[in-house]
Write a protein that binds this ligand. Structure first.
Ligand code: FEO
Length: 401
């Protein structure tokens, strides 16, 4: 099955239907993923990116349907992470003369992953390789999402190959975003952005501006995960800008972990208060709720309330893991507060407040700590707390320019 992305540019990647986590279980992938590699056939032949190691044979079979793999002249590694570079050794066994190309920082990561025998030639923004009728231009894209990341651009086809940027973890038989319902593709694009690119949002804005200033036409965006944007690629670019700049709704997530049900009772009272003020709100009990899904929901939420019982003077373990994730993702621009039930000491509430601050979330209310199970009066206090927080969220959303 040949998949032509543009004239003489073919998808030669693989579909990983079964993968359910990425980056060491920090990110769940309930719909699997794809590893996209692209073969550019011209007087010279270039392979842009490869696939994860277990799928090398499948990628080579796909290349063989188009050309003899030994004819590959250039192997472009846009990024050193192994899901894209892991099959380079297999390709080089078949095409030992192929010239390896990566970014300057890619020499570090790829050299370490693949060993010192691989001779990479480093390129920078604006460097170009002519293949005959087509050319490859490179654009460094540090922190989208690693320091070594770069994009490859084929001017003659107005085709951008941005590696991880604009991707989705979505395994399907279709290869193009316009072949599936928009809501599904955008949901996975949002999950991907929130869990991978959110900490680099200022750089996303800068990189998109830089590409727009270069004045290059982009008719197709073919990322290295998920579906290819061939109709209206401007839509995903605009959506990235919106996510990166922080397009918040009056929406609050209540995320909690409970020991004997008391913290859950507080959480339910908070939701009652939030909803009565007309904000959108949802409850996520850990560990039942999928952490990556909660983070996706945070993308357009202005507020977050986190709760945990105190156990052995600590917050509970799944809440600690969630907050560690948030600290790494740095979801700036949101408001937060902490709550929880305690027996002999309420230290978890302070711990969660500190973690929220470290995640660059503005803590706008002192934590709500309630001893043992909430009484009727304390439950009412939690409802009021929710109402106050909702009002702060609404004020903040509606007063933003
Ligand atoms: Fe899909 Fe950063 O690797």
């Amino acid at each position: 099955m040949k998949v032509e992305v543009a004239p003489q540019v073919y998808w030669v990647g693989t579909i990983d239907w079964n993968v359910r986590n990425f980056h060491g279980y920090t990110y769940t992938t309930p719909r699997g993923t794809t590893y996209n590699a692209y073969l550019v056939i011209d007087e010279k032949i270039a392979l842009v990116d490869t696939v994860a190691p277990p799928f090398a044979g499948e990628m080579v079979r796909r290349i063989r349907e188009l050309i003899e793999p030994g004819r590959i002249d250039y192997l472009i590694a846009n990024h050193g992470e192994i899901d894209h570079s892991g099959a380079i050794p297999e390709v080089l066994k078949l095409a030992p003369q192929a010239q390896l190309i990566c970014s300057k920082k890619g020499k570090d990561s790829l050299g370490k992953y693949l060993g010192p025998d691989f001779d990479f030639q480093a390129v920078g923004t604006g460097d170009k390789i002519n293949l005959g009728q087509k050319s490859l231009t490179f654009i460094e894209a540090p922190m989208l999402h690693w320091p070594d990341s770069m994009f490859t651009y084929i001017e003659e086809e107005a085709l951008l190959l941005p590696n991880d940027a604009f991707g989705q973890h979505l395994a399907t038989a279709e290869r193009f975003a316009d072949q599936l319902p928009v809501w599904l593709v955008m949901e996975e694009a949002a999950r991907y952005y929130a869990n991978i690119l959110m900490p680099f949002s200022p750089l996303v804005v800068k990189k998109i501006a830089e590409i727009q200033e270069m004045g290059i036409a982009v008719d197709i965006i073919a990322p290295s995960h998920g579906l290819i944007w061939r109709k209206n690629p401007g839509q995903i670019i605009e959506t990235y800008l919106r996510w990166a700049r922080g397009d918040f709704k009056p929406k609050v997530l209540v995320v909690y972990e409970t020991m004997w049900g008391s913290t859950e009772k507080i959480a339910r009272a908070l939701i009652e208060g939030l909803l009565s003020e007309g904000v959108e709100a949802a409850l996520y009990g850990l560990p039942m709720a999928d952490r990556s899904e909660v983070i996706k929901e945070l993308l357009d939420a202005k507020g977050i309330l986190v709760g945990s019982s105190t156990h052995n003077r600590q917050m509970l373990l799944n809440m600690a893991a969630f907050l560690e994730d948030l600290i790494g993702l740095r979801p700036e621009g949101r408001l937060g507060a902490a709550f929880g039930s305690y027996g002999w000491g309420s230290r978890a509430v302070k711990q969660m407040e500190e973690a929220l601050k470290e995640a660059r979330i503005e803590v706008v209310e002192s934590g709500l700590a309630i001893r043992w199970a909430p009484s009727e009066e304390e439950r009412a206090r939690a409802v009021e707390f929710g109402k106050r927080f909702a009002r702060l969220v609404k004020e903040s959303v509606f007063s933003s320019p």
